[in-house]
Design a protein around this ligand. Sequence first.
Ligand code: NAP
Ligand code: G4F
Length: 319
Amino acid sequence: MKRALITGVTGQDGSYLAELLLEKGYKVFALRRRTSTQNYENVENIKDKLQWIDGDLTDLASLITAVQIAQPDEVYNLAAQSFVATSWPQPISTGQITALGVTNMLEAVRIVKPDARFYQASSSEMFGKVVETPQNEKTPFYPRSPYGVSKVYGHWITVNYRESFNMFACSGILFNHESPRRGLEFVTRKVTNTVAKIKLGLVDELRLGNLDARRDWGFAGDYVKAMWLMLQQNTPDDYIISTGETHSVEELVNIAFSYVGLDWRNYVIIDRNLIRPAEVDLLLGDCTKAKEKLAWKTEVSFKELIQMMVDADLEKLKK
Ligand code: NAP
Ligand code: G4F
């Protein structure tokens, strides 16, 4: 039985990845941090099948203990302060978790179980003010937020541990991926949840920021398969994971409202407070390498994804 340690299990990706690894017969160890109220919403169905270990990405001692307990074959480092907008008002904690937290996790692996395979959750946000389109593994980074800067650090420290200590360390540069388990603050889920509320007569407006921003949005359930595939290869490497399509926030809004038979123009209000200090205008990934080397592909289209999220939000709210 293979053993995996996942950080960030209570988040969107961690929950899908844990399900995937349990299906594959892994013993799954899940790092959780102490919070005043525990939120297991994303992992309710598998909570009792996971081996929980208390720890925090900013506390190296707890990570060393976690690796000692789990003795993992594979480590998936998904934990992060992952909301870009919060990284401006909280740049230091974002750096401590999302940047230095990666070194803490790599150090714990290097000290306790250096032969474990390591996955780092890197991000298309590293491309920021993009210098070429589409973006591939060789595109230079130009981050636009404290979060993006932190992810660039996490990416390069992962590459550095691979090159310095010969560790099997991979960095997945994932473009935006969404699902019904997405946090309510991210734009897709904010839109689908509010559309469902409007449809049910619970609220009558949706306040948004920049409708022109474009993202390459895929389904999280497809993306965690790529994480696993990266760690099954003969050599460690870095991969872009994306759909190869880009859509604007306005298109997203239009699809969600149209799906429930409403015209978005009657409900959307532009709120200047939601415009970011520096924006990432356009993301579009070229995942040719992942398609060819990992035989990975997306299975859910953008429209299907948004409709799936609206359906899930309607169902949740009706309950
Ligand atoms: P998410 O839903 O925000 O989940 C983040 C997870 O990290 C949660 O389980 C959270 O625990 C945990 N966490 C935060 N701070 C921690 C700390 N100090 N110690 C231990 N755990 C901590 O994020 P996601 O969307 O699943 O994304 C997973 C990873 O991929 C993140 O690193 C994100 O930056 C990266 N990424 C995401 C996307 C995307 O589009 N989703 C794209 C590229 C990269 P709590 O439940 O206690 O808060
Ligand atoms: O959904 P978002 O908050 O995601 P963002 O900033 O692209 O970051 C996500 O994807 C990254 C990968 O590229 C991850 F690394 C990161 O962890 C996270 O998962 O915003 C998407 C776009 C932005 O351009 C934002 O300005 O939507 C625009 N937007 C417009 N109105 C809004 C809103 N975003 C949010 N969250 N809320 C709004 O009201």
